[in-house]
Design a protein around this ligand. Structure first.
Ligand code: HEM
Length: 533
């Protein structure tokens, strides 16, 4: 019964002595209820108003002198709704608003550093900051995952992984990658034929990259069927790990689906790790990243105390199947969106520039010495200088990762007049440094030749932030350059692809990384004679 109804009820009681006392008692109780309820409400209201004022004051104090809204326009939630569907132009406007700017979403205060020197400073301040993956990432990648290690523990673990990406190791993985390129390029032609015309290729490039990564990491231990399941479902993991997401995993939400696919993938990886252990124990050769890792473990166990070899350099210990599966998952996670973004832009950019395509083809014929069917090896890929410049320029022009979220472990005096508060998210941005007109003339134009030896771009190593810098710099960067160069060289040599340009083609859509907003509409066909220019 509501308070108003109770009062109407008491008003209608007959007035004899008993009834009077009853009625008085009832009336007092009702008044007490009304009083206590109104007191509860005023208490609730006071607390809410107090919290709102605290939220605004706390924001204004944390903001200090840096760029950003004067107060939180949407109390508490801040620009949460906008960040559910982030727009590249809005990010860019933020970067342009000042070298340091801020935003506050719920209880999270976020500081964005948009120039090269501040971004580098953050990347290189491990005593003040550590990588901040979205809250839900800890649940998906598991708290025991090496990526959440900090300081010396992180440096040591990482050292044991360096052996997986040496030039020699990359040479072993390359033939497997080439088999996947061949298979998928043929599939692209078949798809274009069956579709009787162009179709959006971004989802196809995502699948190609997932397959390349899975074969590189797990070799033949992973089945075709498993590759297909993971490739088909990987986007659910990306969706679960968007920068802004609900932190609790509720059934049938994006994060719930993401967690299911992550667990399934890690289980597959753990089984592959055991197969790699059995294979190396039987004296098998290294064929993939897992083999390379197990071989390093095997060699380190059998190395003598005065061995001064690779093994000691990499500080390898014994890793369990669970650890291997979690770590290999981080490789897939780190690689998938960024490599798919780079691949999509590369196919679009090259299709739109016949002069670039012609130069790649000329180089491919030249470096292969007339043998177009020569299989890929590291020496061959390293001799593709122009193709490599195209890849490098695409990564600068459309950097897949535009920002890397870190978190301040303690108050961080980043400049003479601003200290980032402890607990704030700190985001060094990569895009502005890679579009700095002082280093890259006409930064919004695609010019592969700017990467010739001794050019201003080549000499400005400090601006090359595509892979980050500092203790968390991308572990896969040499592999990425080799993979993308090899893949684009082969595609250009054997295939034609036509781009259907739409008004959205040059618009940048943010989905973890960046993609053309129309998903890159292409039509593939096989070249009749790859020996011709
Ligand atoms: C175009 C492709 C790629 C781009 C643009 C890219 C970019 C990045 C960036 C910006 C970071 C953060 C660096 C920092 O905080 O300083 C990173 C970290 C990382 N990347 Fe990549 N990445 C790519 C592909 C790959 C691939 C293929 C692998 C694995 C084979 C990989 C493995 C990693 C790992 C493990 C980390 C975390 C390292 C650590 O915390 O110590 N990435 N990457």
């Amino acid at each position: 019964m509501s308070v108003e109804n109770a009062s109407v009820f008491t008003d209608q009681l007959p007035l004899d002595a008993d009834n009077l006392s009853q009625s008085l008692t009832s009336s007092l109780i009702v008044q007490a209820i009304v009083w206590s309820r109104s007191n509860v409400w005023s208490l609730v209201l006071t607390v809410v108003v107090g919290l709102l004022i605290y939220d605004q004051i706390s924001y204004i104090i944390k903001k200090g002198s840096i760029a950003g809204p004067k107060f939180k326009v949407w109390p508490v939630i801040g620009p949460f709704l906008e960040s559910m569907n982030p727009k590249f132009e809005e990010y860019k406007a933020k970067w342009d608003s000042g070298p340091l700017s801020c935003v506050s979403v719920f209880h999270k205060f976020v500081v964005i550093a948009s120039n090269r020197d501040l971004a580098r400073k953050i990347f290189n301040s491990p005593s003040y900051v550590k990588p901040c993956v979205v809250d839900v990432a800890i649940k998906l990648l598991r708290p025991t995952n090496w990526v959440f290690l900090d300081g010396k523990a992180h440096v040591d673990y990482r050292r044991s992984l360096n052996g997986l990406f040496t030039r020699q190791a990359l040479g072993v993985y390359l033939p497997h990658q080439e088999t996947i390129y061949d298979k998928y390029f043929e599939r692209f032609v078949a798809l274009s034929k069956s579709n009787k015309g162009p179709l959006p290729f971004m989802p196809e490039f995502r699948e190609l990259n997932c397959a390349v990564s899975l074969r590189t990491f797990c070799g033949e231990y992973i089945t075709e069927e498993q590759v297909k399941i993971i490739s088909d479902n990987y986007y659910k993991i990306t969706a679960a790990l968007e920068l802004v997401n609900f932190p609790i995993i509720l059934p049938f939400t994006k994060t719930w689906y993401g967690k299911k696919i992550t667990d399934m993938t890690m289980d597959i990886f753990a089984k592959c790790a055991q197969m790699a252990k059995d294979h190396i124990a039987q004296g098998g050769d290294v064929t993939c990243v897992m083999d390379a890792w197990v071989k390093l473990m095997h060699d380190s166990k059998n190395s003598t105390s005065d061995d001064n070899d690779e093994v000691k350099k990499f500080l390898v210990r014994d890793f369990t199947n669970k650890e291997i599966s979690e770590t290999i998952f981080t490789f897939l996670f780190a690689s998938q969106d960024a490599s798919s973004s780079a691949t999509t832009w590369l196919f679009q950019i090259i299709a739109d520039r016949p002069d670039v395509m012609a130069k790649i083809r000329e180089e491919q014929l030249r470096v292969r010495d007339g043998d177009v069917h020569r299989r890929l090896d590291v020496d061959l890929v390293e001799s593709m200088e122009y193709t490599r410049m195209v890849v490098k320029e695409a990564l600068r022009y459309r950097p897949p990762v535009t920002m890397v979220p870190y978190v301040a472990k303690k108050s961080y005096p980043i400049s003479a007049d601003y200290t980032i508060p402890k607990g704030a998210m700190v985001i060094p941005t990569l895009y502005p440094a890679l579009h700095d007109p002082e280093v890259y003339e006409n930064p919004d134009e695609f010019i592969p030749e700017r990467w010739v030896a001794n050019s201003p771009a080549t000499n400005a190593a400090k601006n090359w932030l595509v892979f980050g810098t500092g203790p968390h710099v991308c572990l896969g960067q040499t592999y990425v350059m080799l993979n993308l160069t090899a893949m684009m060289g082969k595609a250009a040599l054997f295939y034609d692809w036509k781009h259907t340009v739409t008004e959205k083609s040059e618009n940048i859509r943010v989905f973890a990384t960046i993609f053309p907003d129309d998903d890159c509409i292409l039509e593939f066909s096989k070249r009749a004679d790859p020996t011709k220019l």
